[in-house]
Ligand binder design. Structure first.
Ligand code: G1P
Length: 268
């Protein structure tokens, strides 16, 4: 059973500076909800019981977002809709544990900060830059995991000329929307790229990943990459499946992507 999720939020948000200098991107609105609330809602619907939010001292404001505010609650006590919105944050807070990653050494390093906390054999990893609408992608991966017990990555076909922004998978077998991954490479150039199927930020990973993360050297962008650790695991004989997921992917990792996503979500 997948009951634990890791959500890395310690990134500096440099692509969106100066707007991210004070307000982390994850608290920016996307329609009526913040990006982070959308991710937490996905976890809630997927029946996740424990959520590890990885933040840094610079991003303590994310922790404050979940604090109870009696002053505001009193002010809006007659507006039930608003009160419910505020209270929904306390509901999430019960499940959240904040973990600090104070130096931005990459996604792999961020995930590794949770190595002493994850209790079950597998856990969910969600990257908040990637919003998936019209289908709960975490739930979709969990359902596949429940049957196969495998590690599973959400994947999607993108135009060849942008594969260098992503972790790319190679595969040898495909059955319906599930592939058997035989290669994993972070941000390859077009020539190196084994396919145009890329990893979108939803992963079901085995706890074994922590052994490999501890051995992973700096890779693309001079950072510890989760894709490199997964690649080592794959080469050591561990199996990884890819799920060409059903929902629609909104890229909130770049300014253009965010603006496009905001327009698409509208007032939802
Ligand atoms: C990260 C991962 C990459 C994945 C991408 C999805 O990259 O390292 O493998 O494809 O998220 O958004 P980042 O966007 O942090 O550069």
């Amino acid at each position: 059973m997948i009951k634990e999720a890791i959500i890395p939020l310690a990134g500096l948000g440099t692509r969106m500076l100066p707007l991210t200098k004070v307000i982390p991107k994850e608290l920016w609105p996307l329609g009526k909800l913040s990006i982070l609330e959308r991710i937490l809602q996905e976890c809630e619907d997927a029946k996740i019981k424990k959520i590890y939010l990885i933040i840094s001292k610079r991003k303590n404001i994310i922790k404050n977002f979940f604090d109870k505010d009696f002053f505001l609650e009193k002010k809006i006590k007659n507006n039930h809709d608003l009160l419910n919105r505020l209270n929904s944050l306390s509901k999430y807070k019960k499940k959240i544990k904040f973990i600090y990653q104070n130096s931005a050494k990459g996604l792999g390093d961020a995930v590794n900060t949770c190595k002493n906390f994850i209790k079950s054999s597998h856990f969910l990893l969600i990257l908040p830059d990637d919003i998936i609408i019209n289908n709960n992608c975490s739930k979709e991966l969990i359902n596949i995991h429940n049957k196969s017990k495998a590690s599973i990555l959400a994947v999607k076909k993108v135009p060849k000329n942008i594969v260098n922004r992503y972790g790319v998978v190679g595969f040898d077998k495909k059955f319906k929307n599930i592939i058997n991954i035989n290669k994993l490479i972070e941000k390859p150039n077009i020539k190196q790229s084994p396919s145009s199927l890329v990893i979108i930020g939803r992963y079901i990973l085995s706890r074994k990943i922590f052994e490999y993360l501890s051995k992973t050297q700096k890779g693309s962008l001079g950072e510890i990459q989760i894709t490199d650790a997964m690649s080592m695991m794959l080469n050591a004989g561990q199996s990884f499946k890819g799920c060409i997921f059903k929902g629609s992917y909104l890229d909130c990792g770049t300014m253009d992507g965010y603006i496009k996503s905001f327009r698409l979500i509208g007032s939802r």
